[in-house]
Design a protein. Structure first.
Length: 245
């Protein structure tokens, strides 16, 4: 039990990292593409929203971007808290939230051919990041891959992800894993850590390390099985005429 573990916990040895080996599986159907991942019990109280096990990729349940080029929809959220000593500690010393999102290219946006094409996907991701992390009204100074060709690729359970981190050192960081699932859709895993300290990256605790470990464990249990239509599009590098809308 968590409270027993907290009797030996500290800021340098927080507890609360979810046990993915014992966690149940969660499956979400994305218009024939199957997303499967381990879903440990949530230990943060910020997400009361229910997310269905099926999402229609070409439906209208999206939030349109201000520039009109695309849209986004959350399909899953969860989070876990990390704790120090039960009696002598602060309580929750940080945590990690995960957001799973679908990005969709607007039907009128023909600036790229297909998100299955590496060059197009990189261009798409880079444009979004440049807009997101370069807000002139923000005092944050994000460090992230500044060129499309710098985006690393990681293969996880047979799926290639554009995987990268954005860091506002020493305050915080965010981890991203993104992969195309149609010509027009990108599936995104975004991880946001938090800390009791104003600097997530510090010498007073190991919350950042606990968050990193949780990200790794979560992604190791992600499995994506593309639909037959998506596989055909992927195989031909997405000639739009050969891929059903």
């Amino acid at each position: 039990m968590l409270w027993l573990k907290r009797l030996t916990a500290s800021k340098m040895k927080p507890v609360g990292i979810p046990d993915f080996n014992k966690a149940p599986w969660r499956t979400i159907n994305l218009s024939g593409t199957e997303l499967r991942f381990k879903n440990p019990s949530q230990t943060t109280g910020i997400f009361a929203e229910h997310f269905p096990d099926r999402f229609y990729l070409y439906g209208e349940d999206y939030e349109l971007w201000p520039d009109g080029l695309g849209m986004t929809q959350d399909i899953f959220k969860s989070g876990w808290s990390f704790f120090d000593h039960l009696i002598w500690g602060e309580g929750s010393v940080g945590g990690l939230d995960v957001y799973i999102q679908v990005q969709r290219r607007h039907p009128h946006n023909r600036s790229i051919d297909s998100l299955f094409k590496d060059e197009d996907a990189r261009q798409w991701i880079q444009r979004i990041n440049d807009n997101s992390f370069n807000d002139s009204d923000s005092d944050q100074n994000w460090i992230y891959p500044r060129a499309a060709h710098e985006l690393p690729i990681s293969e996880i359970n047979g799926t290639a992800f554009y995987s990268y981190k954005a860091t506002d050192w020493p305050h915080t960081w965010k981890s991203y894993f993104e992969t195309p699932i149609t010509d027009d859709h990108l599936l995104i895993f975004r991880f946001n850590p938090s800390s009791w300290h104003k600097h997530l990256i510090n010498d007073l605790d190991t919350v950042s390390e606990a968050a990193e470990k949780t990200v790794q464990s979560f992604m190791e249990n992600v499995h994506i099985k593309l639909s037959d239509d998506a596989l055909r599009c992927q195989a031909v590098y997405q000639s739009p005429s050969s891929c059903p809308a």
